[in-house]
Design a protein around this ligand. Structure first.
Ligand SMILES: C[S@@+](CC[C@H](N)C(=O)[O-])C[C@H]1O[C@@H](n2cnc3c(N)ncnc32)[C@H](O)[C@@H]1O
Length: 322
C-alpha cells in the first residue's frame, strides 16, 4: 500500500495581504537527431516522428526548464530525489531529461554512477561530466536498453506520455531487482484555498482548453495525481506518494514558497504563447485569437488577489527483490 503524506496546503494566514489589488524506440546520435526538428508558427519543435511534444524545443524553452529545475530544487529542499537509493548507484536513467540538469547534478553527486538522460529533443549540452550520456529515445516506444538500472527517474512529463501504465511498466522492466524508481509530475488545474480565483475565469478556461487539446492528441495532461496508482499497479513495493502545492505568484508569506511562486509565475507569463500555440491551433484557434485570449489569461495570472496554486506529486517505489 502507498504511504500517503498529508498535502502541504497553503493556509490563509500564509498569504501576504494584497496592497494593490489590480488586477521510435529511436536511439541515434544527437547530431543526426537535430534534423528531426519541425517548425510551426515561428517556433522549433523536437521529435518529429511518432511522438510530438506540445511545447517547443528551443532556447526559450531551455531557459524555462532551467528555471523550473531551480523551482523543483526549492520544493525538494535541495534534494535531487526522495527515494532511498543508497550511496553508490551504478546506473541511473533520467527519462525525458530536457536540458539534462538533473542528470548532470546526479552525476556529480554520485561519481560511482553513469547517468543516462533520454529525450526526443536534442537540447542537452555537449560538454558534460564524463559519467553522463545523453541519447535520443522516444519514451512512448519500447525502451530497449541493453542493461537495467539502479534508479529510474522521470520528472515533468505531463503532455509527453501516451500510455502511462505502459511507461511505468517499462520503468519496472528496466529497474534491477531492489532498484528504485521516482516520478514527479503535476496537475494543470489551478485552484485557490482562500483567494479570488474562480473556475470559469480566463486562466481556468485556458487550462481547460490545453487539457482538451492534449487529450485529443492522445496524451495524458495531468498525470500527477494518478502516479501513485500506476506505480502500485506496476508491482513496485514501498511506494511513497508526496503531494505538494505549488503557488503561482508572490502571495505566500513563507520565503521559500514566495520564491517558488515567483518563479512559477514568471515561467507561465513568459511562455504562455509557447504552451498554447500547438494545442490551441489544433483545436481551430487562429494565432491572432490565441494572442487576444492570452491577454486576458495574463491579467488573471498577474492578479495578486487570485492566490492560485496547483499540485505536484513525487512518487517513488522499489522493484521487489527476486
Ligand atoms: C517539461 S520537459 C521536462 C524536462 C526534464 N525532465 C526536467 O524536469 O527539466 C519535458 C521533456 O520531455 C521531452 N519529451 C516529450 N515527449 C517525449 C517522449 N515521447 N520521449 C522522451 N522525451 C519526451 C521533451 O522534449 C522535454 O524535454
Amino acid at each position: 500500500m502507498a504511504d500517503y503524506d498529508s498535502p502541504t496546503d497553503i493556509e490563509p494566514q500564509d498569504a501576504e495581504p494584497v496592497s494593490n489589488p489590480c488586477s521510435m524506440s529511436l536511439t541515434t546520435s544527437l547530431k543526426s537527431s537535430v534534423l528531426n526538428y519541425e517548425y510551426e508558427n515561428g517556433r522549433r519543435y523536437g521529435g518529429a516522428g511518432q511522438s510530438k511534444y506540445f511545447i517547443p524545443a528551443d532556447e526559450d524553452e531551455s531557459n524555462r526548464l532551467d528555471l523550473c529545475a531551480h523551482m523543483f530544487s526549492l520544493l525538494m529542499h535541495g534534494e535531487l530525489h526522495l527515494a532511498p537509493i543508497g550511496p553508490d548507484p551504478h546506473r541511473i536513467l533520467d527519462v525525458g531529461t530536457g536540458t539534462g540538469l538533473w542528470a548532470m547534478d546526479m552525476a556529480e553527486k554520485y561519481p560511482s554512477a553513469t547517468v543516462l538522460g533520454t529525450d526526443i529533443a536534442a537540447v542537452q549540452p555537449s560538454f558534460v561530466p564524463p559519467n553522463v550520456e545523453f541519447e535520443i529515445n522516444d519514451a512512448n516506444e519500447d525502451w530497449g536498453f541493453s542493461a537495467p538500472f539502479d534508479f529510474v527517474h522521470a520528472r515533468y512529463l505531463g503532455g509527453a506520455i501516451r500510455d502511462w501504465p505502459k511507461f511505468v511498466g517499462q520503468a519496472y522492466k528496466y529497474a534491477k531487482p531492489g532498484a528504485w524508481v521516482e516520478f514527479m509530475d503535476f496537475t494543470m488545474t489551478f485552484y485557490t484555498t482562500h483567494g479570488a480565483f474562480r473556475p470559469g475565469c480566463a486562466v481556468d478556461r485556458w487550462t481547460e482548453e490545453l487539457k482538451a487539446a492534449l487529450i485529443d492528441f492522445g496524451l495524458e495532461p495531468e498525470p500527477g495525481s494518478k502516479l501513485g496508482g500506476w506505480v502500485n499497479d506496476a508491482g513496485f513495493q514501498n511506494v511513497s506518494v508526496k503531494k505538494i502545492a505549488l503557488p503561482v505568484g508572490l502571495w505566500p508569506k513563507d520565503r521559500t514558497l514566495k520564491e517558488v511562486g515567483t518563479i512559477n509565475l514568471i515561467q507561465f507569463l513568459d511562455n504562455l504563447e509557447a504552451f498554447s500555440l500547438r494545442p490551441m491551433t489544433a483545436r481551430g484557434w487562429s494565432v491572432e485569437r490565441i494572442n487576444e485570449f492570452l491577454r486576458e489569461v495574463r491579467r488573471d495570472f498577474k492578479d495578486p488577489t487570485f492566490q492560485m496554486q496547483h499540485d505536484g506529486f513525487i512518487v517513488y517505489g522499489q522493484r521487489p527483490m527476486e
